[in-house]
Design a protein around this ligand. Structure first.
Ligand code: GLY
Ligand code: MN
Length: 461
């Protein structure tokens, strides 16, 4: 955990922003895989970690905005638990580490909440994203499950977003730790990407490095020679000369801050001319976007800038044609770049996505585009110092999408379908870094991971 002052300061700030009532935060529970006691690795709720720091199941916390009091609800272990799990700190000791003086057994929680409801006090929660949470909340609040959402507070969501989106120094250090582990994950991948290796062998090594460094992967490893499938979790292919391995993977630091890095490398360690040409376009989109980061710029501008770089690059090799501005404005580039430039990063790899992208990536000054491609942009709003986010442009040749657009004669003025057809077996390329917005520009976080053609070929040997 961070020092207890970190958690008390965060809660004090929250208390200043929220306007009354009771803020109720259930922690996450163990989650069963195939029978009750065989569980997935425990993952605490991220906002619970942010405000209370205690990385254990079986907890809930309440902040009373009238009295200013924070209460941790949870049970001390009994002797049966201790036999299986060993002696653990008392609840009061856990609470003290988070700067909380008051603890109560879990059995008191419902009574306290019901008493507050009887006194017509408002209870505010964040959107639940696990089924067991909805059932727990339904029981505690004495409402049917479908009515639980009526307790979700937009005021609380916005307050939490306003705090979590600006990273403190200690948080940035955690993210950089996670990126330094990702350095080892990705450079190992580069060394293993030779013909005859199975994708699963590399994915397993990458996950193992995350575990060996004290965290878990921040999302299931995406690794495939079929990188044209954006989130490909199938690892059953044998690596073949001529394909590109897209590896999109990161891990969690000990305090659960995420890294999220993508590198795309040629099987066998040497880019072909055709691969190099596409790679350099994606690299230019990545580097130009990074160079344009500064406080006050809309991330949607960076996304559209990357789309322009991609369109220009594809025009130069005859895959696209026509006026770049027109092509991007109409969304023709999305045949090759059908996703957003990036997302917030922090305690979640898509930071705070459970709170709702419209609050995290958008605000009253920018609404989500409905256009294919840009509609998937998770972060569009103005960047502020302290934001940490990803920049991850890509170019993909997706046969099903190519066929669909060609049949519909879509954007024939901007796309040379005959040329595109010669790339159907290409796969995809994505390059992703994690970026901190500073007062004057930005910093690419962590130890630099080989990224240029020369650096990657040098690492692959
Ligand atoms: N790294 C996975 C994603 O950004 O969606
Ligand atoms: Mn990402």
């Amino acid at each position: 955990m961070f020092d207890k002052s970190t958690y008390t300061n965060r809660r004090e700030q929250l208390k200043k922003i929220c306007k009354g009532g009771i803020l109720f935060f259930p922690g996450n529970e163990e989650s069963s895989m195939n029978y009750a006691s065989n569980t997935y690795r425990f993952r605490q709720d991220s906002t619970f970690l942010y405000l209370f720091g205690i990385d254990l199941p079986g907890l809930a916390a309440v902040i009373d905005l009238e009295t200013g009091e924070d209460t941790l609800y949870g049970n001390d272990l009994d002797i049966d638990d201790i036999i299986w799990m060993g002696t653990q700190p008392l609840m009061s000791e856990n609470a003290a580490k988070a700067g909380i003086n008051q603890t109560k057994p879990m059995s008191e929680l419902k009574k306290d909440l019901q008493q507050a409801i009887q006194h017509k006090r408002s209870i505010k929660i964040l959107p639940p994203y696990r089924g067991d949470h909805r059932i727990f909340l339904s029981a505690m609040l004495e409402v049917p499950v479908p009515h639980v959402s009526s307790f979700v507070s937009e005021e609380l969501i916005k307050a939490v977003v306003s705090l979590r989106e600006v990273k403190e120094e200690d948080e940035i250090a955690q993210i950089e730790f996670a990126i330094d582990v990702a350095y080892r994950m990705h450079t190992s991948m580069m060394k293993l990407a030779v013909p005859g290796t199975w994708e699963r062998e590399i994915a397993g090594q990458m996950e193992g490095i995350a575990l060996a460094n004290g965290g878990m992967v921040s999302f299931p490893v995406i690794l495939s020679i079929d990188g044209q499938t954006l989130h490909n979790h199938y690892h059953g292919n044998l690596l073949k000369e001529g394909r590109i391995v897209v590896a999109d993977a990161g891990c969690e630091s000990p305090l659960h801050y995420a890294s999220d890095i993508t590198r795309s490398v040629p099987v066998g360690g040497r880019f072909s001319q055709r691969q190099k040409e596409i790679y350099e376009i994606v690299l230019a989109a990545n580097v130009n976007s990074i160079n344009n980061v500064k406080p006050g710029i809309y991330n949607r501008e960076l996304h559209l800038g990357a789309a322009r770089t991609i369109t220009e690059g594809l025009k130069a090799i005859g895959i696209m044609k026509g006026d770049t501005e027109e092509a991007v404005q109409q969304g023709a580039h999305a045949l090759f770049f059908p996703h957003g430039l990036g997302h917030m990063l922090g305690l979640d790899v898509h930071d705070m996505e459970s709170l709702g992208e419209k609050f995290v990536g958008y605000d009253e000054t920018v609404t989500r585009s409905t256009q294919f491609g840009t509609a998937y942009l998770r972060l569009a709003k103005k960047l502020k110092p302290g934001f940490v986010f990803t920049i991850e442009p890509g170019i993909y040749f997706i046969p099903a999408l190519i066929d669909l657009w060609k049949k519909e004669k879509k954007f024939e003025e901007f796309i040379n379908y005959n040329k595109v057809d010669t790339y159907r077996d290409f796969g995809g390329i994505r390059i992703e870094d994690d970026i901190l917005v500073t007062q004057t520009g930005c910093r690419v976080l962590g130890r630099p991971i080989p990224k240029t053609v020369g650096e990657i070929e040098g690492m692959m040997g």
